[in-house]
Ligand binder design. Structure first.
Ligand code: SF4
Ligand code: SF4
Ligand code: SF4
Length: 505
């Protein structure tokens, strides 16, 4: 019981921490924008008022304790879809599937962000739901209010089956392919919450996502306890499936279990029954352990690890290497919120002038979802200039020219870098061709650098077909592994029942 209470309290504290982190990230984005735009508390006050100045100064002071405020702010970013904490990326598995379905490939950092979530689910099962998902805090509260009101009012309990969430996942992927990733704001409760926080704190507006969050709360109230988590949320379903046989899981001491008792099944937010040794979908919240009268439930390491699971995981990582490294990206702005997030495929071109390394990122919209792009010839270029000697980003005066042979197509002079220490330019360029940018660093004696870049119409998406083949392979492997797990589970349950019968005799 004590362990169960500790787990429950720990899960509430950790989820509150996640909410606080999301708020901090949204505020940091706001701070970065103000720093880039004004870099002066007085200008912030003149433009946005005294409160904004106060917040700006507090952020400056707090981040200053951790190092260079801008560097600290920039090594933390994103939201629940793809997040970067202390420079380390974390990626939502549903986001990864969506990007794979839409783009046919993953960027390196985006894919690396999957490692921790996948390890977590393979070792502890669906713990994301109880310890990380910020939306589940609200559903947890709704379930309690519902239980309290249930003494006086009737609330229906509808059990549509877990296939509903699979359908929503597949439907969401289909809509994402046709209309873009925005559909997940409506389908993933924690994504909706993240967007609501981000819009509220970083932009001062109410996001449309708050509406979908409200719908989830209504579902939980009027269709069934924890209805969204049990039957609607695709992430919960996916994590439950991936973490069917984790290393650490809930175990029941059958010899102490009371005949006729059903307390654990009644309290379980995931709707499973520890009494029947059901552990698939268990999020280790500890609630059943708290109510068990004989304390016969505990979290233990499985005696045997499934060799098939290990093989499936290994195969997954091997086959994912193809799409993973098919696309290389280095540095910013990949995890940030430029248009068409999480970005159409882009190309990176490097240049060097003396101690400066220049990274030119070209967003080439040509041939990519041209039906969704207003102007498919619109090419965007982002430039980051890095001083290799002092490991600092150059953000001084710079002239940015786009060249077609000797012809200057565009020339822009910047007094300082823009958002996230970058310089950007935008120009309509014809379908394919070889171009170059010429850069002049005025704060360093007019040093110049020319970076050639090529535009190529990307109408053939081999990556999508390769990804599809890999997904089929993974699905076949996983189905085989699942069958083996079920057989193994049945054998274990059978053996446990035999031993408990022998004990009582
Ligand atoms: S099922 Fe979805 S909404 Fe519910 S806790 Fe898990 S991730 Fe969050
Ligand atoms: S069986 Fe249910 S109540 Fe028990 S720890 Fe798992 S999710 Fe929580
Ligand atoms: S609450 Fe404990 S004693 Fe009751 S059925 Fe569940 S495991 Fe058995």
């Amino acid at each position: 019981m004590r362990a169960g209470r500790l787990m429950l309290v720990g899960s509430i504290i950790s989820r509150l921490g996640v909410v606080a982190l999301l708020c901090a990230l949204a505020l940091m984005t706001s701070y970065v924008n103000l720093k880039q735009a004004y870099n002066n508390p007085r200008l912030v006050e003149l433009s946005l008022g005294a409160t904004a100045r106060k917040a700006y100064e507090v952020a400056d002071a707090v981040l200053g304790q951790l190092g260079d405020p801008m560097e600290v702010a920039q090594s933390n970013g994103g939201m629940t879809w793809s997040i970067r904490i202390l420079g380390m990326p974390f990626t939502d598995p549903v986001a990864a599937l969506s990007v794979l379905a839409v783009e046919g490939q993953w960027a390196l950092g985006f894919a690396l962000g999957l490692i921790v979530p996948l390890l977590l689910v393979l070792v502890f099962g669906r713990v994301f739901c109880s310890y990380i998902c910020p939306a589940s805090l609200l559903f947890f509260a709704v379930a309690r209010v519902r239980r309290l009101l249930g003494r006086w009012f009737y609330f229906p309990e509808w059990h549509p089956g877990r296939g509903l969430a699979w359908g929503i996942l597949l439907g969401g992927l289909g809509v994402a392919v046709i209309a873009g990733h925005g559909v997940w704001v409506l389908l993933l409760p924690y994504f909706a919450l993240g967007q609501t926080i981000f819009h509220g704190l970083a932009m001062g507006t109410l996001s449309v996502a708050s509406g979908s969050f409200f719908v989830c709360v209504v579902l939980d109230f009027f269709l069934g306890r924890q209805f969204t988590c049990r039957y609607v949320c695709p992430t919960g379903r996916l994590l439950g499936w991936l973490g069917q046989r984790p290393v650490f899981t809930l175990q029941r001491d059958a010899s102490r279990c009371i005949n006729g008792c059903n307390s654990c099944a009644e309290i379980c937010p995931q709707g499973i029954s520890p009494r029947l040794d059901q552990t698939v979908d268990c999020s280790l919240c500890g609630e059943c352990m708290m109510v068990c009268p004989t304390h016969c439930l505990s979290v233990r390491r499985r005696r045997r690890l499934s060799p098939r699971l290990a093989k499936a995981a290994l195969l997954f990582w091997l086959v994912s290497a193809g799409p993973l490294f098919a696309h290389h990206f280095k540095g910013l702005p990949h995890y940030n919120y430029f248009e068409n997030y999480p970005q159409v495929p882009e190309e990176e071109f490097l240049g060097q002038a003396g101690e400066y390394e220049m990274s030119l990122v070209v967003y080439d919209f040509q041939g990519i979802h041209s039906q969704n792009i207003e102007d498919p010839e619109n090419v965007r270029l982002f430039l980051l200039v890095f001083n290799l000697l002092n490991s600092r980003v150059y953000h001084g005066e710079l002239t940015f020219e786009i060249l077609d042979g000797d012809r200057v197509l565009l020339s822009k002079r910047y007094e300082k870098a823009q958002l996230e220490n970058m310089y950007s330019a935008q120009r309509n360029l014809s379908d394919t061709g070889d171009y170059a940018v010429r850069l002049t660093l005025h704060d360093d004696g007019g040093r110049q650098c020319v970076i050639p870049f090529r535009l190529s119409s990307q109408t053939t998406h081999w990556g999508r077909w390769i990804a599809l083949g890999l997904l089929v392979l993974i699905a076949v492997t996983a189905v085989g592994a699942r069958k083996a797990r079920l057989v193994q589970d049945r054998c274990e349950a059978h053996n446990r029942n035999l031993s408990s019968t022998a004990y009582t005799q």
